[in-house]
Design a protein around this ligand. Sequence first.
Ligand code: ZN
Length: 193
Amino acid sequence: MNLQRVEELVRELLVEIGEDPEREGLARTPQRVAEAYQYLTSGYRADLNEIVNNAVFESHANNMIISRDIELYSLCEHHILPFFGVCHIGYVAQERVIGLSKLSRIVDFYARRLQIQERLTQEIAQEIMNVTNAEGVGVVIEARHMCMMMRGVEKQHSIMTTSSVLGSFRREVATRSEFLELLARNPKFVQGL
Ligand code: ZN
């Protein structure tokens, strides 16, 4: 990312919204914003192989592995405003399992770019499927969208829930139900599916 070019664009944006980019409080703002965007969109430039490498282990256990409440911060592609919440991941391994910390790295990889919540949910599920060759994968994201909360659409308290189920989670009602029941025990899982 060309930080200098982004700084110029932020300076122009400040002028267009009626600000004075020369005033003291804003002097370093273009630089800070450029650096923030570099971080918040680092998913475009990160290498997923590097992220998951060395953290996939052989395992023939066939039970459901669940990781709940993975913190999630992303930017909506319609307004470039944050949406944030939690991601719950479940999968049934058949050959390989992945380190728990790597699940949140996968979440960050897809969250740190311009997104819509539905696609983010699908991409995370598909990636876990690709990396582990699991029997099935389920991903649920619950998030609040600043573009809805800040712009007075009167949805300040609404939480959007999206889900993506693959493999046995899609085919088998019992597997999907087990996943959802385990999530329902979590107080943060409010809406259900
Ligand atoms: Zn939006």
